[in-house]
Design a protein around this ligand. Structure first.
Ligand SMILES: [Zn+2]
Ligand SMILES: [Zn+2]
Ligand SMILES: [Zn+2]
Length: 510
């Protein structure tokens, strides 16, 4: 059963502020006052329909939503109602032509015409359930532009000069779009500025979209179910492959403690053997000294861990890391915040080359750089919470896939990455470049819609490292710079541009 949405949409001219009707699925409309061409935000127009679909079941016939949407790409006033197509003039229900995809629906009562055509491809990409459109204006042109129609009321002709011979051409609203010059016989295409002056569209009118099949929310939740199944499967093997390494790493920090205990135990046994001549023996020695060992383990070990964490920024690498952070802050005129605490590295919150950054070596992620509307969601460890508009992908590069068991991107990018190794290499180039240098030492990394974050090992070992995280002094600045390049590259890839990366771009491995 098809569903019907009735829309009425206006936007505002960014140049003169006039209200511009959007009477159909156009990607650009012409301002009726200043005749500038204004782009229409595809995602906003599609968003009205997708929101409508989400609420469809609970919406009564004739009901709907409306309001004003203000965004970076313009201001939109809209209404969207659950209404089957009706004549915009007299309100009589319209019968859609069934046998053709394109044509006109004519009101049986007043003869008013609506244009009927398949939903343009860009609209279907935003609104997968959109099938066809019914509009009072001509269907959009190949670029989604508004076709300009005759307006009988503006009858004053305009004189322009022939671009070929300079002769005077009089253009009126009865002129064809392509005119023959009376002097040189050249065919002259009447420019938009002249044409729209004669044929402005000023009134917002209702138009309709026929919707059918699964809507975007159903398609997404279906896809997410499949992605989750695939992810679970991958993680089973991934955990098996990666757990031994993690255990080894966390065991390493206890090696000195274990060695000391072993030495003490050996000493007790030796003392017992030496004293065995006096009758005490090994067991006697253990019963005398053993309790001290137990006390040492139960009291001194926790004390040692606490001391290590309290003075983490005062001793060893923690101290070097903190000093490097202070130096970096001084170099850029940033504030090294919370530097007064012995147990903390302190942190930097700053604006660097147009991005918000945070450097916080004793946090989960040491460096965080702002992204603008990133199309990626990547994590070096589960669990992940990607937005439901994202799709899981495999890069085909085993090292990348192993580093990021959680990897999602916007569907168009996920599909490009999945289509070939070359395309994956191009889309993921900024990340491949970053991994080329830091991949072997990633402690933890995350890319989401608003930021890229990273920590390195050593400095961040899992999972018993609370309070002793740091960055090696020599890593701090290069890592920050590479994160800045990564952020620029990710933003470019997210916007569908080819990222400009310094140096050669490494491709996926063989
Ligand atoms: Zn304007
Ligand atoms: Zn009618
Ligand atoms: Zn001419």
């Amino acid at each position: 059963m098809p569903r019907f949405a009735c829309l009425e949409v206006r936007t505002a001219c960014s140049s003169c502020g006039s209200s511009i009707p959007v009477n159909g699925p156009f990607r650009s409309v012409t301002c009726p006052s200043c005749f500038r061409k204004m782009p229409v935000a595809v995602d906003i127009l599609g968003g009205f329909l997708n929101d409508f679909e989400e609420e469809y079941e609970g919406t009564e016939k004739g009901q709907g939503t409306g309001g004003t949407v203000m965004s970076g790409s313009g201001t939109y006033k809209y209404g969207c109602w659950k209404l089957p197509p009706k004549c915009p003039e007299c309100g009589k229900p319209l019968v859609l032509p069934e046998d053709t995809a394109t044509g006109t629906a004519i009101c049986p009562d007043c003869g008013e015409k609506l244009h009927f055509f398949p939903a343009p491809e860009w609209l279907v990409r935003e609104v997968p359930s959109a099938v066809s459109c019914l509009t009072p204006e001509q269907p959009p042109g190949p670029e989604g532009e508004q076709a300009l129609e005759m307006d009988e009321s503006s009858s004053r002709p305009i004189v322009m000069s022939c671009p070929q011979c300079g002769g005077a051409l009089t253009v009126s609203n009865s002129s064809e779009r392509i005119m023959k010059c009376g002097y040189c016989s050249t065919e002259v295409y009447v420019p938009d500025e002249v044409w729209t002056r004669l044929h402005p569209v000023r009134t917002a009118r209702e138009w309709f979209v026929v919707l059918d099949g699964m809507n975007i929310h159903q398609i997404r939740s279906e896809r997410r179910r499949m992605d989750q199944r695939e992810e679970e499967e991958f993680l089973k093997g991934w955990k098996l492959r990666n757990t031994p390494e993690k255990v080894r790493r966390s065991f390493r920090m206890f090696v000195p403690v274990v060695l000391v205990l072993l030495a003490v135990a050996t000493a007790i046994t030796l003392i017992g053997m030496l004293e065995s001549s006096k009758g005490g023996g090994v067991s006697g020695s253990w019963s005398r000294y053993g309790p001290y060992l137990v006390v040492t383990v139960t009291i001194l070990l926790p004390v040692w861990i606490v001391i290590r964490s309290v003075f983490s920024a005062k001793i060893g690498r923690g101290r070097e890391s903190k000093k490097a952070l202070a130096d970096l802050a001084a170099k850029h005129g940033w504030q090294h915040q919370a530097a007064e605490y012995r147990s903390a590295q302190g942190y930097i919150d700053a604006k660097y080359r147009g991005r918000d950054i945070e450097i916080h070596p004793d946090d989960d992620y040491a460096i965080e750089v702002e992204l603008k509307d990133s199309a990626f969601y990547l994590k070096t460890e589960p669990p992940g919470w990607p937005g439901d508009d994202l799709q899981r992908f495999s890069s085909g590069d085993s090292r990348f896939d192993e580093l990021f068991p959680i990897r999602y991107a916007r569907p168009e990018l996920a599909e490009r990455i999945g289509s070939s190794r070359e395309d994956a290499g191009r889309v993921l180039a900024p990340i491949f470049r970053f991994l080329e240098k830091w991949g072997g030492r990633l402690g933890r990394m995350k890319v989401d819609w608003s930021s890229a974050e990273v920590h390195l090992s050593p400095g961040h070992a899992d999972p018993m490292d609370a309070g002793v995280r740091y960055l090696l002094p020599e890593d701090l600045e290069p890592l920050l710079e590479d994160m800045m390049v990564l952020a620029g590259g990710l933003d470019a890839a997210s916007a569908g541009r080819t990222p400009e990366l310094p140096g050669a771009v490494p491709g996926p491995d063989g």
